[in-house]
Design a binder for this molecule. Structure first.
Ligand code: URA
Length: 233
């Protein structure tokens, strides 16, 4: 059971104060009866909650796909910069956090959730979740790049990468698929091949592609099918 005003605020219908007002004004009904008492406790899984004629389905977990722009950090708080959470409206109380990190100057697919268990699974190094990036670079890449990537590229500080795949698209553009997520990993890999990344965008995370309808800074909820895909072993 959960307080009615809490659920409505969690669902993004306003601040706790605003939703209390909506309840008092009679905009909310439970199982067909108008309820004007904001501390009314609802059974979030079985009661039918209707606000402004919308039937509410309470989701314990939230999953959002964000097209991250440059200039924001993939963190929940930061002293110097805006964070990805500053781009999200209406979920302030839902304890969202990004699954993994993109550099401040990297764009593209970032999933935000409050599902710690799924996040942990997707980030666990032993699960080798694949990530695909589109990149543009300066310089000339080593012509043995395929073999070097297959064998495990040696990047700065002596780290040997897991095998990765690079598809050159011509004109100093490429796509790279990696299955780990070390700090500045793609930039360091391209550097080890003789290039310098000038633009980086994540276009796929595991089996989920960035929705091409999302402009930079825009986000949407994942569909049930997409959440199931992320959960697939
Ligand atoms: N690799 C990088 O170098 N930067 C990112 O943001 C992601 C992968």
């Amino acid at each position: 059971m959960i307080r009615l005003d809490k659920i409505l605020a969690h669902m993004g219908y306003g601040s706790r104060k605003e939703v209390k007002e909506l309840i008092r004004k009679g905009y909310v009904s439970i199982n067909g009866d108008i309820v004007k008492n904001d501390d009314y406790k609802v059974d979030e899984l079985n009661d039918e909650i209707i606000i402004f004629d919308n039937n509410i389905k309470y989701d314990e977990f939230i999953y959002l796909m964000l097209n991250k722009p440059q200039g924001v950090v993939s963190a929940t708080t930061d002293y110097n910069n805006s964070t990805v959470l500053d781009l999200i409206d209406g979920y302030e109380k839902r304890n969202l956090f990004p699954i993994g990190r993109l550099d401040i100057d990297t764009e593209g697919l970032l999933i935000l959730t409050n599902d710690g268990e799924l996040s942990h699974k997707l980030l666990s190094p032993k699960n080798h979740v694949s990530k695909t990036y589109y990149l543009e670079y300066e310089g000339k890449l080593n012509k043995n790049y395929e073999k070097m990537l297959e064998e495990g590229l040696l990047i700065s500080e002596g780290y040997k990468c897991l095998p990765a795949k690079l598809n050159l698209l011509g004109d100093n553009k490429a796509e790279i698929i990696i299955t780990e997520g070390k700090f500045h990993q793609v930039k360091r890999m391209i550097e080890a091949l003789g290039g310098n990344v000038t633009y980086l965008k994540r276009i796929k995370f595991k089996n989920l592609e960035l929705d091409s309808n999302l402009k930079l800074g825009e986000y949407r909820k994942l569909t049930k099918e997409e959440i199931d895909k992320l959960r697939e072993e």
